[in-house]
Design a protein around this ligand. Structure first.
Ligand code: MTE
Ligand code: MOS
Length: 770
């Protein structure tokens, strides 16, 4: 008899993150921990001090004289093409002829020491000719300055319906940008090899794009550039396209010096030089009936793209596709604008435009509810998508998996929302200065990249003759737990313990032509690709087992680390050994492409998403009406994860996303001076939530018994981004607290982030009658 073993851990188990111990002990190796080759150099960037200026000349003489300096590069040194644009062509890694934002990299230095590189960078003399700069969305709109054409999503006849609507409201509201503030800043190490090969270690969500960027800059075929990433210390979208700039410059310096180069940005340079979440200016005109049913909407979402397109067209598309959130709006037009300003180019950030689109519609519904003196939840319930009718989005996709009423209902019941509301009202009646607010938010988030082509993934699985498994796929690990989830899927396919599966660094040499790990679809895509690879190998193993014991293949089963054929069994490793001895391959690639999706970018119609995930949250805040200070006192979250691949990991994602969303909507303010220079480029001035900002009462639940109705990997749902939008409940709760000092029906004007300054101003406006 074997000694009893602990239960096998596969899919759906709360297995801890494969690097959990490494993260907390400091043993997990990040790029900055990697031992460098002895001839490696360190690099520093030269950034533009001007928001918009012509580069008349760059004088490197003084910099090159600093002892230890080995190489310097400007755009003129690039042997290939100065282009790393992820969507549009012609977006430079180093400013060429003109700098378009304060922080724009114009040159880079490589030296024996980091100190020498930084000293030399400070001595680079640029002859600037300052040019007029566009520094706000308003200025860009007035100048019709855009990085890409407008995108219009429309249905019906919004003009006519607005004209006929019994009630009509209009307004304007803004949400701010957000720095990713990953713990590990942007970093890359480039190591030149034989015959101009270039090996790049990059903290990137998108190794393939780094490969392409480096190849373009150096004029190399893709096959001569290999990009590897084991893990990132956080990315949040900030290392989707931005990492290519850093890796590209490191590779340029390595090529020029003929030596390995490490480029690690100091936090200030990181915040100045690389893109952030897009701020949006939102203008709306909405038509309603007397009960608050939305009849028509004309909405303009103007995003601040910064100086180049980068990913902005896709971010705007996702903003459009989330400006409905959970609501049926019969006649609608949403115009998405990608405003070109002389600021750092904004980029992917958790939610990718979705949060801004939902912010817009939730602000509109809050205005509507206050105007009609109705509870916000009542107005929402009257507008939810139906199940049989009124269930088609403005972009033409039928909401087939609508569970929003179930999710909001379960949350409301589990937290006794009416009792909670009564307690908040009672507090406010007896508290003249500190006022509480309470609000909920429902969330529906579409899963898949809007661009169907990107929804593909590859994997590579090897089974060794001792039964241990080597797993590789195109997804990258940024702390979100992708590696452990995909390992669990492979363990499940072979019915072995997840500890038998060894995950390995993502490399363009192992799995080619990958998409960014983004759009929350990492486990959906790579999980399926890895499953396909594992199933191919399992199929071969079944045949060997069947032949060995003379049973039909259908009678071979895998369970608990063993393989059974009637009364016979082998351990998984014994069968692997048997396969090898019979010359059967134990290695396979796997590939997956998401079915059912299509998207027409010209008309903004299609089925861009494989499915939706749903969630709901309720938050209670307190504000000090004399200072504008605020605290989030309690948050209750309910998130749909389908059949969660790993409830412990998902819980961490939900909590983390919510707190990050709170930061976006409350304390994280990016401040530029009147010459377009970012003032908030370090933790002393840029305030991300700290541990004491986490609500003291903070409960997270995963929706039970909710398998994905679409055939996703083990019926799970994506989780990385959607819960960030649950934090809209906090912003709405602040508006609720502000409203409590004014007459019923008063309009609350509060942009995000709701800093104390803005909260105080909103309180004063409401006191003055709204
Ligand atoms: N969680 C951690 N810990 N660190 C991160 O950088 N990025 C988020 C989310 N969760 C992130 C994270 C973003 S923006 C995305 S798109 C997803 O993880 C990407 O990973 P996934 O597709 O595997 O969920
Ligand atoms: Mo996430 S913003 O899609 O990297």
């Amino acid at each position: 008899m074997n000694a009893p073993t602990s239960p096998r851990r596969g899919a759906h188990a709360s297995v801890r993150h494969d690097s959990a111990a490494g993260h907390v002990s400091g043993r997990a190796v990040y790029l900055d921990d990697m031992p460098l080759p002895t001839n490696a150099l360190h690099a520093a960037l030269v950034l533009s001090p001007h928001a918009h200026a012509r580069i008349r000349a760059i004088d490197l003489a003084a910099a090159l004289e600093v002892p230890g300096v080995v190489a310097a590069v400007t755009a003129g040194d690039i042997p290939g093409v100065n282009d790393i644009g992820p969507i549009l062509k012609g977006e430079p890694a180093l400013a060429e002829g003109v700098a378009e934002y304060a922080g724009h990299p114009v040159a880079a230095i490589a030296a024996e020491t980091l100190e020498a590189a930084r000293e030399a960078a400070a001595l680079v003399a640029v002859d600037w000719e300052e040019l007029p700069a566009v520094l706000s969305v308003e200025e860009a709109l007035a100048a019709e300055s855009f990085v890409a054409p407008p995108q219009v999503m429309a249905r019906g006849n919004p003009e006519a319906a607005l004209g006929l609507a019994p009630l009509r409201l209009s307004g304007e509201v803004r949400c701010g940008g957000q720095d990713h503030f990953y713990l590990e800043g942007q970093i890359a190490i480039a190591v030149p090899g034989e015959d101009r090969d270039m090996q790049v270690y990059s903290s990137t969500q998108h190794p393939t794009e780094v490969q392409h960027g480096v190849a373009h800059l150096l004029g190399l075929p893709f096959a001569q550039v290999t990009v590897e990433v084991r893990r990132m210390g956080g990315a949040f979208g900030g290392k989707e396209s931005q990492a290519t700039i850093i890796a590209g410059i490191a590779a340029l310096l390595a090529w020029k010096a003929g030596r390995p180069v490490k480029l690690r940005l100091p936090r200030d340079d990181d915040m100045l030089a690389t893109g952030k979440r897009h701020p949006f200016l939102i203008r709306y005109d909405v038509g309603l009936d007397a009960d608050g049913r939305l009849l028509a909407l004309d909405l303009v979402l103007a995003g601040d793209a910064g100086n180049i397109a980068d990913l902005t067209p896709a971010v705007v598309a996702r903003a459009l596709c989330h400006s409905d959130n959970c609501y049926w709006i019969p006649d609608i037009r949403v115009t998405g604008l990608a405003c070109k300003t002389n600021k750092v180019s904004n980029t992917a950030f958790r939610g990718f435009g979705g949060p801004q689109g939902m912010f817009a519609i939730e602000a509109i519904l809050d205005d509507v509810a206050r105007h009609l003196k109705l509870p916000l939840d009542t107005v929402r319930a009257r507008n939810f998508y139906g199940v049989e009718a009124n269930n088609v989005t403005p972009y033409g996709m039928t909401v087939e998996d609508n569970i929003i009423e179930r999710v909001t209902g379960e949350l409301a019941r589990s937290v006794d929302l009416p009792g909670w509301r009564a307690a908040v009202d009672a507090f406010n009646a007896s508290s003249p200065v500190v006022k509480k607010g309470l609000a909920t938010v429902p969330v529906k988030f579409g899963i898949s990249f809007n661009l169907p082509t990107l929804n593909q993934a590859g994997a590579l699985v090897h089974v060794y003759t001792d039964g241990s498994v080597h797993l590789n796929h195109g997804g990258t690990e940024m702390g979100q737990g992708l590696f452990v989830k995909v390992a669990q899927v492979v363990a499940e396919a072979f019915k072995i313990d997840v500890d038998r599966v060894r995950v390995s660094a993502t490399s363009t040499a192992k799995v080619p032509n990958t998409s960014a790990t983004a759009a929350s679809s990492g486990s959906d895509l790579n999980g399926m690709a890895a499953l396909a690879a594992a199933e191919t190998i399992r199929g071969r193993m079944v045949e060997v087992m069947a032949e060995r014991f003379g049973v039909p293949a259908g009678e071979v089963t895998f369970d608990d680390g063993r393989v059974f054929a009637r009364n016979e069994s082998l351990s998984f490793g014994e069968l692997a050994q048997l396969c090898w001895s019979r010359r059967v391959s134990l290695s396979s690639t796997g590939f997956y492409r998401t079915p059912k999706i299509h998207w027409d970018a010209a008309t903004c119609t299609g089925r861009p998403f494989f499915y939706f995930t749903y969630g709901a949250a309720a938050a209670e805040v307190a504000i000090d009406t004399l200072t504008g200070e605020l605290r989030v006192l309690r948050a209750e979250l309910l998130q749909d994860c389908g059949n969660s691949l790993n409830p412990a990991i998902d819980r961490g994602q939900i909590e983390g996303a919510f707190v990050q969303g709170m930061g976006w909507l409350t304390s994280e303010e990016l401040w530029w001076d009147d010459r377009g220079r970012l003032g908030t480029h370090g933790p002393s001035t840029y305030k991300i939530p700290g541990s004491r900002d986490v609500p003291p009462v903070f409960n997270t639940r995963l929706l039970a018994d909710a398998p994905n109705r679409e055939a996703t990997v083990m019926r799970s749902k994506a989780v990385g981004e959607p819960p960030l939008m649950l934090a809209l409940s906090v912003w709405l709760a602040i508006r609720d607290a502000v409203a409590s000092v004014g007459p019923p029906g008063a309009k609350v004007e509060l942009d995000a982030p709701a800093t104390p300054t803005r909260v105080l101003a909103a309180v004063e406006r409401v006191r003055g009658g709204g």
